[in-house]
Design a protein around this ligand. Sequence first.
Ligand SMILES: NC(=O)c1ccc[n+]([C@@H]2O[C@H](COP(=O)([O-])OP(=O)(O)OC[C@H]3O[C@@H](n4cnc5c(N)ncnc54)[C@H](O)[C@@H]3O)[C@@H](O)[C@H]2O)c1
Length: 350
Amino acid sequence: MSRTVTVHASGTYEVRIGRGLLADAGKEIRAVCGGSAACVVTDDRVGPLYADGVERSLAAAGYRVERFTIPNGEASKTPENVLALVRFLAQKGLTRSDAVVALGGGVVGDLAGFAAATYRRGLGFVQLPTSLLAAVDSSVGGKTAVDLPEGKNLWGAFYQPKLVLCDCDTLATLDPAVLRDGCAEVVKYGVIRDAALFELLRDPAAAASEEVIERCVSIKRDLVELDERDEGPRKLLNLGHTVGHAVELLSGYTVTHGSAVAIGMAVVAKAAAKRGLLDAAEAEKIVTLLRTYGLPTETSYPAESLARAMAGDKKRSGSSIDLIVPRRIGDCAIVPTAVTELEALVRDGL
Ligand SMILES: NC(=O)c1ccc[n+]([C@@H]2O[C@H](COP(=O)([O-])OP(=O)(O)OC[C@H]3O[C@@H](n4cnc5c(N)ncnc54)[C@H](O)[C@@H]3O)[C@@H](O)[C@H]2O)c1
């Protein structure tokens, strides 16, 4: 039995969450994409674990199957790899009616999605997320991109998948540190939109459960349906990210994304409590839950450096930046904040 969340965006598609879904992926992909060839895009960690099974199922569904593998990790999310991938698709003769199948975490999904959006001006695209972050966040909503030397995710497109199959069995092979990073994003959903989810997460075993993934995907679906192009409420998903990006940058990216977001959520929650916007006990609950997952909640970078790094954030518009501030667990506000205010605000949260 799988759970299904249907997303109505510029395309309508299902996100299916369950166990053993990869074994039937071929049939499901054929039902939504058709075509005669499918290219599985994966990385050199996930591929050896799961690509053979997916390819068998694609072949059984009548597809000619190709595989394109990138080295695992963020360093692979490059324009060079997009070019290599689209040239591979051309060399293998994929047409607009064929399919690109992303099998992996957010790096594979973002890169494969961007290639699928632009190769022949768009061909069928399916996400098979295998990390918790990809399951609850990056595989849903249609943001695709690669990094430039000038910044992360600067070259991309909105391109919705035709199907997302989240096979929770794959989460069992995740490195604990990668799983922990995903947990930060799961906690984020509880804080921005779902107090009951937040309560569920007090049991750490729940974080990667089908029920929790479904709740997170439903929240993302709701925000994407309200604001597909990230101009309004979808920004709530950035809770903890502006401070988090500053921490990542100052650390030279040695602090992982999930850890940085956890620090960001804690700093913003504490600052909100100090300013009377959030009950202090609620802020403490957020910090405590993050710690339950082994996530950091403090940083030794001074407020001045953090504020300077935040002012350079790509989400800045003019002299202000939209910060996501919790008012209660399960309810956050988008607060346009003057760049000149950032240092004082961060200081309140340190
Ligand atoms: N498109 C979006 O809306 C969106 C949202 C959030 C994040 N992102 C992007 O997602 C990326 C991060 O995603 P991520 O955390 O999944 O990183 P990732 O894709 O690098 O995966 C993390 C590591 O886990 C490994 N891995 C993945 N699944 C595995 C499995 N089942 N078993 C064993 N190992 C496995 C990968 O090989 C990699 O080494 C970033 O590039 C970020 O910008 C995109």
